[in-house]
Design a protein around this ligand. Structure first.
Ligand code: NSP
Length: 224
């Protein structure tokens, strides 16, 4: 049997902000993938926009890696982040092959407002002024929303269209779940030693990630 994870401050925040958390991990776009009613033009929009997002996410994770090397207490933290960065390499390749499959030409995709806003937020988090614990919390939240969302599309009773299971498996697989749990443990450990100010900033960053994720799904559902 799986050992229950120790509850930390992130779980307390998730309870406190349950409605926005649920909105992010059970958005109508995700639910429509799971129940098979998804509008494929929305899926194409999501694909093109997420490809651009991931290209902005790579430098963010690279920054987390650099800071983990300098500021993290445990040598294994760097390896966890490095694993995430390496899988983004595969992810970019996966996006390219999905782009061809779905007829989405990424060179013509223009980032929509929700995407621009989210990328600007990530850029701000890369500032050296931002505390490492805050950055790690946001990093975990960005990954966890996708893990929870796409795992839902694979749970028993799903009617996820066969051609979308590749996307769902990418973030909904058990390995990605494990990775998210390792990232969460690092964030929790950093938060255990954080000042009151850093805790307030980390909580705010978590909520803002959730808001950006909701806006990103909304944008995707809008199609175009
Ligand atoms: C918008 C968004 N959020 C999170 C992930 C997962 N890295 C993603 N690919 N795109």
């Amino acid at each position: 049997m799986e050992k229950p994870e120790k509850r930390g401050v992130i779980d307390t925040w998730l309870d406190k902000h349950r409605s926005i958390y649920t909105a992010a991990i059970r958005h109508a776009f995700v639910v429509s993938i799971r129940d098979g009613s998804v509008d494929l033009s929305s899926f194409r929009t999501w694909l093109g926009q997420d490809y651009l997002f991931v290209r902005g996410f790579v430098p963010f994770v690279a920054n987390v890696l650099i800071r983990a090397g300098k500021e993290s207490g445990e040598t294994s933290d760097m390896e966890v982040v490095l694993g995430g960065l390496a899988s983004l390499n595969d992810e970019i390749e996966w996006f390219k092959s999905e782009g061809s499959k779905w007829g989405v030409d990424f060179s013509t995709v223009v980032p929509q407002k929700a995407n621009q806003d989210y990328r600007r937020f990530m850029e701000a988090l890369m500032s050296s002024e931002v505390k490492f614990s805050v950055m790690m919390t946001a990093f975990w939240a960005i990954e966890a929303v996708y893990q929870e969302s796409f795992a839902h599309c694979l749970e028993v009773g799903n009617k996820t269209p066969a051609e979308l299971t590749g996307a769902c498996n990418r973030w909904g697989n058990d390995g990605f779940k494990e990775y998210c749990s390792s990232v969460k443990k690092i964030a929790e450990r950093c938060l255990e030693n954080a000042s009151g100010e850093a805790l307030a900033e980390a909580e705010d960053a978590l909520v803002r990630v959730l808001e950006h994720e909701v806006a990103f799904w909304e944008m995707s559902r809008g199609g175009q």
